[in-house]
Design a protein around this ligand. Structure first.
Ligand code: FAD
Ligand code: NAI
Length: 468
């Protein structure tokens, strides 16, 4: 039996990063992935392919809607869905190869097959051809990720009623796409098809889009997406969905019980994701999943209730984000090596890659109110930024929340062009516990979108933004 210091089950951003960090720390490492390709949800059916399609659809949308204004005359562009999906597949396979290369470079043994516990110290790998082998390890890291949540009364046939996975490999542009759930996936993939010409209808249980983010963000994002002709059924609960031929009929009720019926040719269900431990045989290791399917871990070590078994990423509590999984991957390897690493969960940024992009870190205004924390607010609209006017990307606002007494930045919420990249400044500032005045006094290159952050900090610290 092959024996390892560390065996990682799952090769998503949590798993492969923990394998690399473990190898860097001198451990003999193996990684088990049930699919033929490495990279998990994020690389194969998540972050990367969705961003490839977001970028392609944005090029198309700009070609149709803003080239003429910029003085570029072209023949009317057409969507070539086959090529768009082919390009996306190329981006993914390029990065698949990159991870395989990193495994080899770090001398990590890779097993392709389903990993299931044989005992608390051994894992059985069952390969696609049915053969199996058992390997042993001093430490085992569960990084098996998540899968889409399915409503029992919605028949997801993966043809007409689809999840994000199918929405990333469509053969045609839907005429009318019904999106159940206006959260992160709904906003991103709904945007892709709205830009490509689909009529998009969002049905959302909460009273705004992206409801877990600061309320201003959902409101502004809805305005931008509505400009593409999308319509919204907010505070609506889906009651049924049915497919007949090429037509999908979805019924939903508003909070007063009034029913609406929406007909489209595709329906995307994106109402959250569930932790995934199917086939892992947790019981053989003495573990059970909790009532939400998660593997419980100790806050300080990410160790499960069984010594030597750890869990990270989407399969444990917390935000289901690739960079959160990566931080936990590094953290757990360092814990195993006897180090004392730290993760500041309050400063894990959240980004929605629509256009304008939405990005946030720290507390929302609603969270500060609920916690009774006195705060100051400073906002700056993108329409007052020279850079935004030059590019034509004037939708958006940067909102900074700072402690009323100390001026420490408690939350930054940005919707606007390149917000995804801008949020890094807020993370650094908050990690060093900067005040709004600290950031306001730092030079920001002109003309850049980042000036919105400086101006919002000026507004928060002393209501003295210069350009608005
Ligand atoms: P996963 O990436 O899910 O990887 C788990 C791996 O374990 C999989 O490869 C699976 O096959 C394997 N596995 C499971 N069970 C076994 C077993 N028993 N044996 C062997 N292997 C097993 N997050 C962001 O931060 N930014 C984004 O832009 C973003 N976009 C997204 C877009 C979409 C459409 C989706 C669906 C998700 C997106 N996410 C994004 C979320 C992100 O993909 C996840 O948070 C991230 O992949 C979690 O990483 P993980 O390592 O915990 O698990
Ligand atoms: P989500 O939690 O972001 O959104 C789900 C939405 O569905 C919520 O707004 C919720 O109120 C709504 N909903 C739930 N049940 C409903 C019902 N019965 N009827 C109508 N609406 C209902 O989950 P989503 O979008 O599926 O994404 C899953 C995970 O993937 C998220 O946790 C997210 O962190 C991650 N992700 C991250 C991305 C990023 O970082 N850019 C991109 C895509 C996904």
């Amino acid at each position: 039996m092959q024996d390892f210091d560390v065996v990682v089950i799952g090769s998503g951003p949590g798993g492969y990063v923990s394998a690399i960090r473990s190898a860097q720390l001198g451990f003999k490492v193996a990684i088990i992935e049930k699919y033929a390709v490495m990279g998990g949800t994020c690389l194969n059916v998540g972050c990367i392919p969705s961003k490839a399609l977001l970028d392609s659809s944005e090029h198309y949308y700009n070609a149709v809607h803003s080239f003429e204004e910029h003085g570029i005359d072209i023949a009317k562009p057409k969507v070539n869905m086959g090529q768009m999906i082919k390009r996306k597949a190329g981006v993914v396979s390029n990065l698949n190869a990159g991870i395989s290369y990193l495994m080899k470079k770090n001398k990590i043994t890779t097993f392709h097959g389903l990993g299931s516990f044989d005992s608390a110290k051994t894992v059985k790998v069952t390969k696609e051809d049915g053969s199996s082998e058992v390997i042993s390890a001093k430490n085992i890291i569960i990084a098996t990720g998540s899968k889409p949540t399915i409503l029992p009364f919605i028949p997801v046939d993966k043809e007409r009623i689809i999840t994000s996975t199918e929405a990333l490999k469509m053969k045609e542009v839907p005429k009318h796409l019904i999106v159940i759930g206006a959260g992160v996936i709904g906003a991103e993939l709904g945007s892709v098809y709205a830009r490509l010409g689909s009529k998009v209808s969002f049905i959302e249980f909460a009273d705004s889009m992206i409801p877990t983010m600061d309320k201003t963000m959902g409101k502004e994002l809805q305005k931008s997406i509505a400009k593409m002709g999308a319509d919204f059924y907010l505070s609506h609960k889906v009651t049924s969905a049915a497919v007949k031929g090429k037509e999908v009929t979805v019924k939903a009720q508003d909070s007063a019980g009034k029913e609406v019926e929406i007909k489209g040719d595709y329906c995307l269900v994106c109402i959250g994701r569930r932790p995934y431990t199917d086939g892992l045989n947790l019981a053989a290791a003495g573990l059970t999943a909790d009532d939400r399917g998660r593997v419980a871990v100790d806050e300080h070590t990410l160790q499960t209730s069984v010594p030597g078994i750890y869990a990270i990423g989407d399969v444990v509590r917390g935000a289901m984000l690739a960079h959160k999984a990566e931080e936990e991957g590094t953290f757990v390897a360092e814990v195993i090596a006897g180090q004392k690493p730290h993760i500041n969960y309050n400063l894990i940024p959240g980004v929605v890659y629509t256009w304008p992009e939405v990005a946030a870190v720290g507390k929302t205004e609603q969270e500060l109110k609920a916690a009774g924390i006195a705060y100051k607010e400073g906002s700056f609209p993108f329409k007052a930024l020279g850079r935004a006017i030059a590019s034509g990307d004037v939708d958006g606002v940067c909102k900074v929340l700072a402690d009323a007494t100390t001026d420490e930045i408690l939350g930054v919420h940005i919707i606007g062009a390149r917000a995804a990249d801008m949020i890094a400044e807020a993370v650094v500032a908050m990690e060093y516990r900067a005040s709004a005045e600290d950031v306001a006094r730092m030079s920001h290159a002109h003309p850049t979108y980042t000036e919105a952050m400086k101006e919002a900090c000026l507004a928060a610290t002393a209501k003295r933004s210069i350009h608005s």
